[in-house]
Design a protein around this ligand. Structure first.
Ligand code: PLP
Length: 488
């Protein structure tokens, strides 16, 4: 059969593109009509779609109709103003149009030569963001360091762990892999454990040190020092410390300065994960949570969480880019080119796991240019104000308690156990979570801290206003009233 396909016809792009933008704009206009947490059952889509792909083309309208009828019911609406689960994953008009341009150009920017603008814009935009965060100059691209956009914080911690591993192995010899030890608190995101698995760190040498309510779930420097000393006495090699600014469960902030000094005095790589809370640190009043970052070898924040940049965009900075390059570089014949061979350029393929990479800096650039620092600061402050408001609502209802001090825009709280029965309390809070989420009018998530089942209310969706927080609180109160009546 003759080829009739014109897959990149400019006029068709214009037509479908306009229709799709209209579809998405209408989605945002009506987003509150959907249950925020999808209420479908597992496997729901199999029954709605054919067993195999069509032989002949479908119409665009028909596909849009299917999206409306079959796909959207299975979507959990992360951009809904009633979304308070996990951490936010912001979209914005600026992020969206940046993403659109990236999809439109569809370059694969692994080496400078494959699209010089992609590499150079990424370096510039990450320097801008580093300055907004007041990162030490060593992290800027003018010196030995620099920033890179990874897909996720998980990839960020993996690549720096690999860099740190190879750096220490060059010093102590490859045979010492089994002796290498990694440290973090048990509140550290599970991505570190996954990175250790991939990096071949001995499973018993990933020390997740217990953090308790006595430090508000921050890692204790004394405990770290003791553990390192014990490991040194038995001939192990401490080489990597990971601290968090804003842990996933409860936004705990590890004391970077003292931890960093311990890492430095033991010749360890010090990584700081500020995936969520890093965004808040562009505000001068929250910047102190990053104090001590000058001791770090690498720092990471997810612009795709709370910084209006559509997923994915995880900003990673390192002080010594050569450590990354030494661990991750390959130089096959088919990629050789004059600029790379002459060491005149950054080739981001050597700072990450995959070869191919998208033009992600466009969307961050759009966000920074179209909004500006002051608006971004106000945006963050408003969410923190809403979280404080939610905290005040809880304080007025004696049936509930706030469990850990609120620092940023996450409130950790629970319904108090009846008659001090903790295990019944855990069950009750679990039931409350399910009851609220099954209404479809708000979506919250949970964690467990010191054996207590805790509800997490994370403010941070771009469309959330005070009325949404109030409505979610009303649902929580109503469901709590019913559950307490049932449990009498
Ligand atoms: N680190 C922290 C503190 C997080 O809260 C999260 C996710 O919520 C991650 C890392 C992992 O993020 P990613 O999905 O970008 O890998």
């Amino acid at each position: 059969m003759e080829n009739r396909l014109k897959p990149m016809d400019a006029e068709q792009l214009r037509e479908y593109g306009h229709k799709m933008v209209d579809f998405i704009a209408d989605y945002y206009k009506t987003i509150e009509n959907f249950p925020v947490l999808s209420q479908v059952e597992p496997g729901y889509l199999r029954n709605l779609l054919p067993d195999s792909a069509p032989n002949q083309p479908d119409s665009f309208q028909h596909v849009l109709d299917d999206i409306q009828a079959k796909i959207l019911p299975g979507v959990t609406h992360w951009q809904s103003p009633n979304y308070f689960a996990y951490y936010p994953s912001n979209s914005s008009v600026a992020g969206f149009v940046g993403e659109m341009l990236s999809a439109g150009l569809n370059i694969v920017g692994f080496s400078w030569i494959t699209s010089p603008a992609a590499t150079e814009l990424e370096m510039i935009v990450l320097d801008w963001l580093a300055k907004m965060l007041k990162l030490p100059e060593d992290f800027l691209s003018a010196g030995q360091g620099g920033g890179v956009i990874q897909g996720t914080a998980s990839e960020a911690v993996l690549v720096v762990l690999l860099a740190a591993r190879d750096k220490v192995l060059r010093r102590v010899g490859k045979d010492a892999l089994e002796k290498l030890v990694v440290y973090a608190s048990d509140q550290m995101h599970s991505s570190l454990q996954k990175a250790c698995q991939i990096a071949g760190i001995h499973p018993e040498n990933c020390r997740l040190l217990k953090a308790t309510s006595s430090t508000n779930y921050a890692l204790s420097p004394e405990f770290l020092s003791e553990t390192i000393s014990q490991d040194l006495t038995i001939g192990l090699i401490p080489f990597f410390l990971c601290a968090t600014v804003g842990t996933t469960s409860s936004t705990a902030v590890d004391p970077l300065l003292s931890l960093g000094k311990i890492a430095k005095s033991n010749g360890m790589w010090f990584h700081v994960d500020a995936a969520y809370a890093g965004s808040a640190c562009v505000c001068p009043e929250f910047r102190h949570y990053m104090d001590g970052v000058e001791e770090a070898d690498s720092f990471n924040m997810n612009a795709h969480k709370w910084f209006l940049t559509n997923f994915d965009c995880s900003a990673l900075w390192v002080k010594d880019r050569s450590a990354l390059v030494q661990a991750l570089s390959t130089n096959p014949e088919y990629l050789k080119n004059k600029a790379s061979q002459a060491n005149m350029v950054v080739d981001y393929k050597d700072w990450q796991v995959p070869l191919g990479r998208r033009f992600r800096s466009l969307k961050l650039w759009m966000v920074l240019r179209l909004y500006g620092l002051e608006n971004l600061q106000c945006y963050i402050r408003n969410h923190i104000k809403l979280a404080k408001h939610f905290e005040n609502l809880i304080a007025q209802d004696p049936r509930f308690e706030v469990v850990t001090p609120r620092i940023f825009s996450l409130v950790c709280f629970r319904l108090l156990p009846v008659r001090n029965d903790e295990s019944h309390g855990n069950k009750l809070n679990h039931q409350l979570l399910d009851a609220v989420n099954s209404t479809g009018s708000a979506f919250i998530s949970h964690t467990v801290l010191s054996g207590k089942y805790i509800l997490r209310f994370a403010v941070g969706a771009p469309l959330t206003e005070e009325k949404h927080v109030n409505a979610a609180w009303k649902v929580l109160q109503d469901k709590a009233t019913s559950l307490l009546a049932e449990s009498l």
